[in-house]
Design a protein around this ligand. Structure first.
Ligand code: SER
Length: 609
């Protein structure tokens, strides 16, 4: 049975049983800020489960695009995926365990014609929060599953949800496919660790379907309350099920990935099964080609945060394999994503609509990474030449990684090929120091804000109308660690200094009174007030003082001009290149990237350190 047939049969089966057919929702969840990407079919229905919204029909079914990042680094073995499809049937306060179990059984054994004796079941074994799920067990046994093929598992295994910190959840029951005793590591009847869901259950048992019995709502503090109307959320792993139906061991051997492998073969000659290393490359490319195509089609663009970063990693990881191992360039990587469009565009129209975007985005990101790769290789080469040999310093590997984005795995590989060892401890140490610096900066900001936290102060920002004001000092603190009280933090009743925000840097200027003068060098927003960071120029300033606060007008004008220019540039770039151009930040003339010193290229070059 072909994969598209499995999809169709599933949906038909549940539509015939009164389920409304829902299209997959986007990989970018629009109703749930607690999750990065859509990870399960039930996500688009959360408000139906919690009762916040009334579902148009009490039953639904869907094939949902899902993306899980937890296993990203594992992709490359024969089982892990980032992007996958989930087949699901849902009851919003309508049917419950009996029907869910009976239909699951019927679908697997009659529609997909899987041999019943190959299906094993797990149920929730119970704990202090909820009892053992004997009801589920009984329904499975009524379907004909013998008791010895039903295993109770703890909450860590057989409890689902909520997908973020809060929301619907409950015990679940899973269906496993048994690939045969010859793959067994031990007797499941003697020790459940060899059974389905057990630590040693692989590779014999393959989980294909998870039936979640939503009975509870989890709250922020972790407590559970019963849902007013319990419901059903099931998720069948589409790729795994297709593999089982097509009688192959790995998802990658199913028809779902075949066109991608075929394209790789045409471009580079690489085929599956020549070595473990090359299979890893092929698996990564196959998974990531789908991942990038679908993420881009749902509007994600590469970047440095959240889901944007996921996409960047995906494209870069794929490019590393394609370019580094098979000599496939940026266009070639985009070709693989386009194979996905050709192959799946009939099921997911958005892929076809985004065909050009997918190409552009992949080519641009992959080409950028190839540049990094090439120059990183050059730097690495130069450094290897310079070294006495045998050992490679960890801090240099870290700089390649941190400053140039050159993956440390590649450094390691190149070194290993030459018989040079990497000082891993040194690398870890450099990494730790970097983290510490970042944390230090964060704590610095927290400390700054904390010093004023419990005071009821409010300042009024008047900097749009006025460049100079006569006002009163509401609070003053000496900056922690400032030598001889040189740096002060000040809050004013009326504040003309713009605080960093909206992509614009803070104003600078002066605060002066009869007794003293401060030079303002930074302003930090803190809710109801702005904290003005200033250096003492002469005398002293205290809370209650009447002061004159004036901004550095020339500098402000430059910032304004610069800021306006970035908006104009942004507008122009969008007009020429398209709506994907986003502005993330603009800097003042003084902190412009052109004025800052360049990163320390030379340290890594042949000129020595
Ligand atoms: N939400 C459950 C899962 O993701 C079942 O759909 O496994």
């Amino acid at each position: 049975m072909q994969s598209h047939e499995v999809r169709k049969r599933f949906l038909d089966f549940f539509v015939e049983r009164g389920h409304k057919l829902y299209p997959s929702s986007s990989l970018v969840p629009h109703n749930d800020p607690t999750v990065l990407l859509t990870t399960a079919g039930m996500q688009q229905f959360i408000t139906y489960f919690t009762g916040q919204e009334r579902p148009p029909t009490p039953r639904g079914t869907s094939v949902q695009k899902c993306f899980r990042t937890v296993d990203l680094e594992e992709v490359g073995d024969s089982t892990h995926l980032t992007f996958f499809e989930m087949l699901g049937n849902f009851s919003f306060g309508d049917y419950f365990k009996k029907e869910a179990i009976e239909w699951a059984w019927e679908f697997l054994t009659e529609e997909l014609k899987l041999p019943p004796e190959r299906l094993w079941i797990t149920i929730f074994e119970g704990n202090e929060d909820a009892p053992e799920d004997l009801e589920a067990k009984e329904h499975w046994m009524r379907c004909g599953v013998p008791e010895e093929r039903i295993f109770g598992l703890p909450r860590s295994e057989n409890w689902w949800g909520p997908p973020g910190d809060t929301g619907p959840c409950g015990p679940c029951s899973e269906v496993y496919y048994d690939y045969g005793e010859d793959l067994s590591r031990g007797d499941p009847q003697a020790d459940p660790k060899y059974g389905p869901g057990g630590d040693e259950g692989d590779p014999r048992f393959n989980e294909i379907w998870n039936l979640v019995f939503n009975q509870y709502e989890q709250h922020k503090d972790g407590t559970l309350t019963p849902l007013a109307r319990p419901g059903i959320d099931t998720g069948m792993g589409f790729e795994r099920t297709v593999a089982v139906v097509q009688n192959v061991r790995s998802v990658y051997e199913s028809d779902l990935y075949a066109p991608i492998f075929e394209r790789i073969r045409q471009t580079s000659g690489a085929t599956m099964g020549s070595s473990e290393e090359s299979d890893r490359t092929l698996y990564i490319l196959a998974d990531h080609a789908r991942a990038m195509a679908f993420l881009i089609a749902d509007g994600v663009r590469p970047g440095n945060q959240r889901r944007e970063y996921v996409l960047r990693r995906i494209i870069r990881r794929a490019t590393l394999q394609a370019y580094g191992r098979l000599g496939i360039g940026a266009e070639g990587v985009a070709d693989l994503a386009e194979v996905v469009v050709d192959h799946m565009g009939d099921v997911y129209e958005e892929l076809k609509e985004a065909r050009e975007d997918i190409r552009h985005v992949v080519v641009a990101e992959a080409a950028r990474f190839i540049e990094i790769y090439d120059s990183g290789m050059g730097l690495l080469e130069a450094e290897i030449q310079r070294l006495p040999g045998g050992h490679f310093p960890g801090d240099v590997a870290f700089m390649l990684h941190d400053t140039y984005g050159f993956p440390v795995e590649v450094t390691e590989e190149v070194l290993a090929e030459r018989g040079i060892s990497l000082d891993e401890a040194g690398f870890e140490e450099a990494m730790r120091l970097q983290r510490e610096r970042a944390r230090g900066a964060l704590q610095g900001h927290e400390r700054l804000v904390a010093a004023f936290r419990d005071r009821e102060i409010k300042s009024r920002f008047v900097g749009y109308e006025r460049e100079q004001v006569e006002t009163t000092v509401l609070a003053v603190e000496e900056a922690p660690g400032s030598e001889a009280g040189e740096e002060l933090h000040v809050v004013l009743a009326e504040n003309p200094f713009y605080a960093t925000g909206g992509g614009q840097v803070a104003d600078e200027g002066w605060i002066s009174s009869e007794h003293g003068q401060l030079e303002v060098f930074d302003v930090v927003p803190a809710g109801d007030y702005q904290i003005i960071r200033a250096r003492r120029q002469r005398g002293d300033i205290e809370a209650g003082d009447a002061v004159t606060a004036s901004i550095n007008r020339v500098r402000r004008q430059q910032i304004e001009a610069n800021h306006t220019a970035t908006h104009i540039l942004h507008w122009a770039l969008r007009a020429v290149l398209g709506k994907d151009v986003v502005q993330a930040c603009s800097r003042s003339p003084r902190t412009s990237p052109f004025a800052t010193t360049r990163p320390p290229w030379r340290r890594l070059g042949t000129s020595g350190r």
